[in-house]
Design a protein around this ligand. Structure first.
Ligand code: SDX
Length: 434
């Protein structure tokens, strides 16, 4: 395994028999027991619901330290990248392992433009969806269909052909997302333009119309770049594990990403940013006090959770949430919307929850989704598009993990085991005797 060293062994004693398994350590000091031969040596499997304690790969893409609140993309701090890069540079870094040179960045942007249109026949798909169709459903269906419209898409992972496959997906998914929004509001599609950068193009396709020459606000473009960078990767999260799992069967990149979009849609994962706004609106419209909402979220039998709070890995403040919060505050001030009641509620919920023993005892802090929804809403992005923005941000991470899995000699078809807890062997009973 790459960059992973053997640091000793762990003993497992089963029925007085001693088994030894390697202790391994990653490049940032994470340690693990290598149980790859467990079943062959002991006949047993591990039992680890949700894979909470299981590493499914040795990956050199992203490092997360949940206790210290550290997030590195290919070794760079997410704070440094969010401050100094455009989203496309971070996409290039995640996929091709290095920040692009000036020429590489120019060529990458050129390919983005060349691949920004979608086949005119794909536009007909949109007319078959009802207006209320969720854009995540459209996005997933359209992405998997791209491989039918563009048979030249190859699984060749060598740099040049893969650059085309990747830029087609990164650019066309953004176009499909904007078109799905226009469809939902009954407006004509606005085509991408070579004169705009990646995020400018998205904003223009979302908000321009035949009767209004949309002026791109550089503060909104900068904020969108930052939010997309914050979402670009997060090691083996639910949707990325789905992309790796589907890709491990030999499915192509577009089919794997389409499955990842569906996994991201869930409110416990990427759908949380939409759920945060719905929760804030419910509190506001219901005239609930933030403290009442917190008490509800703490109650075991209540369906309510403090959406945007808590994380499987971060047991301290999510470093992305800090950047999202300051970007959100800057944006709302610039848009003169800093008197948004939902922002006030979000700030008060955060302040109260961070002081509350229930949240402190469980290490529940704001995650990346807590503030992004308030910012997207202020930008004029509708709630049902929030998770689509998350998907556009996460796409480079999904691509990087799919490529890593495909080119890793240790990787194999993902097929976990289980413990059977059903009926023991029983004889068949014909229907007349049941
Ligand atoms: C993302 O994995 C990733 O990296 C994901 C992500 C990425 O970039 O890909 O970071 C993006 O998905 C962020 C998370 C977005 N989801 C939400 O904001 C939804 C609200 N959060 C929770 O549902 C929850 O915190 C999870 C699902 C995120 C994590 O839950 P875990 O790790 O499975 O923990 P758990 O459900 O076992 O909770 C532990 C305790 C429980 O209480 P007790 O049984 O110990 O009494 O904490 C409580 C939970 O009830 N709890 C919450 C809570 N989150 C956990 N209580 C109230 N509100 C919450 N939000």
């Amino acid at each position: 395994m790459k960059n992973v060293k053997d640091i000793g062994s762990a003993e497992l004693i089963i029925d007085d028999k001693v088994f030894n398994f390697s202790l391994i350590e990653g490049s940032m000091g994470e340690k693990a027991v290598d149980l790859s031969t467990l079943r062959r040596e002991t006949g047993l499997v591990t039992y680890d619901v949700g894979l909470v304690n299981s590493g499914i790969a040795a990956s050199d893409i992203t490092f997360v330290d949940g206790e210290k609140g550290i997030l590195l993309y290919r070794g760079y701090k997410v704070e440094d990248l969010a401050l100094n890069c455009m989203f496309l540079e971070v996409a290039y870094l995640l996929i091709f392992k290095k920040l692009p040179t000036v020429d590489e960045r120019k060529y990458f942007s050129k390919l983005m433009n060349l691949n920004s249109m979608i086949h005119e026949d794909i536009k007909n798909f949109f007319s078959t969806y009802p207006e209320h169709a969720h854009p995540m459903a459209i996005l997933s269906a359209m992405v998997v269909s791209l491989s039918s419209f563009y048979p030249e898409i190859s699984d060749d992972t060598h740099k040049e052909p893969f650059l085309h496959t990747v830029t087609m997906l990164l650019s066309k998914m953004r176009t499909i997302a904007a078109f799905s929004y226009k469809k939902s509001i009954g407006q004509p599609f606005v085509y991408p333009s070579y004169k705009y950068r990646y995020c400018e193009n998205f904003l223009n396709m979302m908000f321009a119309s035949p009767v209004d020459d949309y002026q791109i606000d550089p503060v909104l473009e900068r904020a969108l770049n930052t939010f997309l960078i914050l979402h670009a990767d997060h090691e083996q999260n639910c949707s990325t594990t789905v992309v790796r799992t589907v890709g491990s069967s030999g499915a192509n990149l577009y089919a794997s990403v389409s499955a990842g979009i569906c996994a991201l849609w869930g409110p416990l994962h990427g759908g949380a940013n939409q759920a945060v706004i719905e929760m804030l609106e419910e509190i506001y419209k219901g005239g609930m006090k933030p403290q009442e909402a917190i008490e509800l979220a703490k109650r075991k039998n209540s369906k309510m959770r403090l959406m945007g709070f808590g994380h499987r890995i971060y047991k301290t403040y999510d470093p992305r949430a800090k950047i999202a919060k300051s970007t959100c505050e800057t944006l709302l001030k610039h848009l003169k919307k800093n008197n948004d009641p939902l922002l006030d509620i979000a700030m008060e919920l955060e302040e109260r929850a961070l002081r509350d023993p229930y949240f402190q005892d469980r290490n529940l802090y704001p995650n990346v989704d807590f503030f992004t929804g308030v910012a997207y809403r202020a930008m004029g992005i509708p709630t049902n598009m929030f998770t689509v923005i998350f998907a556009i941000g996460r796409l480079p991470g999904w691509i990087a993990h799919w490529l890593e899995m495909k080119t890793d000699p240790d990787q194999k078809l993902m097929r976990p085991r289980q413990i059977y807890a059903g009926e023991p062997l029983r004889d068949f009973v014909p229907v007349e005797k049941r």
